[in-house]
Structures are given as structure tokens and as C-alpha cells.
Design a binder for this molecule. Structure first.
Ligand code: IMP
Ligand code: MG
Length: 171
């Protein structure tokens, strides 16, 4: 039986999301911001984060998924392209968790082809010790070194996304 060990509470998530949202609000004041969530894992974090960003901005979604196992192949396919015109605009990519960074590097490369003014990254969880790429996460809510975590959008084989807080999964 899988065991779920509480890791980050709803209150901690709420407080940190507010803090990061306020920082983004200050940093993008007067700029044309498009917040782009990466499906599916970011959907709950994205919904909470944008409600803490109090400047005008637009929201879009991109979908990327690994062919088989991201960690072994590093191959991704795009399941959804952005709908909005992103040329000349400031993109803030919102991701659930950045692990090796391979997924996001590919997404950033694809976004760069759309000629935005800038691209920055906001991650709910930053496993920065496991990074295998040059990717820099501009806004990290929480850091983790190891382990597999679920809840608040994060899944294990598509399950547990609905959990309101974040848990360590022990299988
Ligand atoms: P990366 O390409 O190695 O950075 O992997 C990023 C993707 O792997 C994330 O967007 C997640 O979908 C998934 N992932 C990595 N670590 C975890 C975890 O601890 N829990 C849930 N999903 C994870
Ligand atoms: Mg993901």
C-alpha cells in the first residue's frame, strides 16, 4: 500500500503563493505579462497564483508530455500549443515541479521560437540539486532534494492531483 506523508500544508502553500504573487506583481508592473501554465500539473497552483497577481495580465496554457519516461528518454511531445499571440510579450511559465529541467528546457526552446520579449519561470517545487540543464528557475516556492511528491496538482500515474496539500509518496 502506498503511504502519504504530509510535507507542505495548505496554509504554507497559501502563504508562499501570496508572497510569490506579490513579487511577480512588483516585478512586472507596467509590463505586458502573459502567465503560461504547463499542463497538467500546474493547474491548481496556476489558479491560486494568478489570483495573487494584481496587475493586468493574460493567461494561457501549454501541454507537454513525455513520450515514455522523461528521465530516461528526455523526449517530449506538445499536446497543446499556446492560443494567444506571444510575440513581443513577457512570458511567465508556471510549472508544478522542475526536476532535471529537461521538460522545461524543451518548452522554453519552443516558446523562444514565438519571439517573446522575455521568458521567466515560476515553479511550485524546485528540485534544484537534480538539475541536469542550465535552466534557471526565477521564482521557486519550495525546494526539495529528493523523493517523489504528490498532491496540489502533482500526480503519480495521474492519481493524487486532487489532494489539497503536498505529500511525500512512499511506495
Ligand atoms: P524534469 O523534466 O526532469 O524536470 O521533470 C519534470 C516533470 O516530471 C514534472 O513536470 C512532473 O510532471 C514530473 N515530476 C518530477 N518529479 C516529480 C515528483 O516528485 N512528483 C510528481 N511529478 C514529478
Ligand atoms: Mg508536469
Amino acid at each position: 500500500m502506498a503511504e502519504l506523508i504530509p510535507l507542505i500544508s495548505q496554509q504554507e502553500i497559501k502563504d508562499k503563493t501570496r508572497e510569490i504573487g506579490e513579487k511577480i506583481t512588483r516585478d512586472y508592473k507596467g509590463l505586458d505579462l502573459v502567465v503560461v501554465g504547463v499542463l497538467k500539473g500546474s493547474f491548481i497552483f496556476l489558479a491560486d497564483l494568478v489570483r495573487q497577481i494584481t496587475i493586468d495580465h493574460e493567461i494561457d496554457l501549454v501541454g507537454a508530455s513525455s513520450y515514455q519516461d522523461t528521465s530516461s528518454t528526455g523526449q517530449i511531445i506538445f499536446t497543446k500549443q499556446p492560443d494567444l499571440e506571444l510575440r513581443g510579450r513577457h512570458i511567465l511559465l508556471v510549472e508544478d515541479i522542475v526536476d532535471t529541467g529537461r521538460t522545461l528546457v524543451k518548452i522554453v526552446e519552443a516558446m523562444q521560437l514565438l519571439s517573446p520579449r522575455s521568458i521567466k519561470i515560476c515553479a511550485l517545487i524546485d528540485k534544484h540539486e537534480r538539475r541536469e540543464t542550465q535552466l534557471n528557475v526565477d521564482y521557486s516556492c519550495f525546494y526539495r532534494e529528493k523523493g517523489f511528491i504528490v498532491g496540489y496538482g502533482l500526480d503519480y500515474n495521474e492519481k493524487y492531483r486532487n489532494l489539497p496539500a503536498i505529500f511525500d509518496l512512499k511506495i
